[in-house]
Ligand binder design. Structure first.
Ligand SMILES: [Zn+2]
Length: 158
C-alpha cells in the first residue's frame, strides 16, 4: 500500500535525494581527504620547529665566512702556557673563558671579534708561536676542560 501512496509526480524526488546524499558523501570524503592530507603536514611541521634553536645556534647572521679553522683549547696552567702561565694575554688583557681566543695575528689581528660555529663569539686577544695560519686556541678556565675540548675543525665568521 505504500507504493500506491507515492504519486508518480514525486518520482523525480528520490533521484534528487540520492544526488543530495551523494553530494554529502562526496563532501564527507573531501573532509576526510583534507584531514588525511593535514595529518602528514602537521607531522612535517614538527621537526623544523624542534630543529629551530640548533639552526639559530649554528648559522651566523651576517658576516664574512673566514673558513674552517683547527681549534685547540688551552688554560692558564704551566702545561698550556709555560712561562706565561697565569699572566695576561699577548694583547695585555687578562684571559677570560667565553671571550678570549688566541689566533695568528697576521690572519686575525688582536681585537678581532669572530664567531665560532657551535661555540660562539670570541675576541682575538692572544697568540702563540704554534698558533699560525688557520689554527686557533680557545681559552678555558680549566685544564681538564681544555683536554675535553680536544681539537676541532670549526667554521669561523667575522
Ligand atoms: Zn692547561
Amino acid at each position: 500500500m505504500g507504493k500506491r501512496l507515492i504519486p508518480h509526480g514525486q518520482r523525480p524526488r528520490p533521484p534528487g535525494g540520492k544526488a543530495l546524499a551523494g553530494g554529502l558523501l562526496a563532501l564527507c570524503c573531501l573532509l576526510a581527504a583534507v584531514r588525511l592530507s593535514a595529518g602528514p603536514d602537521l607531522l612535517f611541521q614538527t621537526p623544523p620547529k624542534a630543529a629551530g634553536p640548533d639552526r639559530e645556534h649554528q648559522v651566523l647572521p651576517e658576516g664574512i665566512f673566514l673558513g674552517t679553522f683547527t681549534v685547540y683549547a688551552y688554560c692558564p696552567c704551566t702545561l698550556c702556557c709555560g712561562q706565561w702561565s697565569g699572566g695576561p694575554t699577548a694583547s695585555g688583557t687578562m684571559p677570560e673563558e667565553g671571550r678570549t681566543l688566541a689566533a695568528d695575528w697576521d690572519v686575525l689581528p688582536a681585537g678581532t671579534e669572530v664567531y665560532l660555529a657551535g661555540i660562539g663569539w670570541r675576541t682575538v686577544e692572544d697568540t702563540g708561536s704554534s698558533i699560525t695560519g688557520d689554527k686557533m686556541d680557545l681559552f678555558m678556565d680549566g685544564h681538564e676542560e681544555a683536554l675535553m675540548f680536544g681539537v676541532r675543525e670549526v667554521e669561523v665568521w667575522k
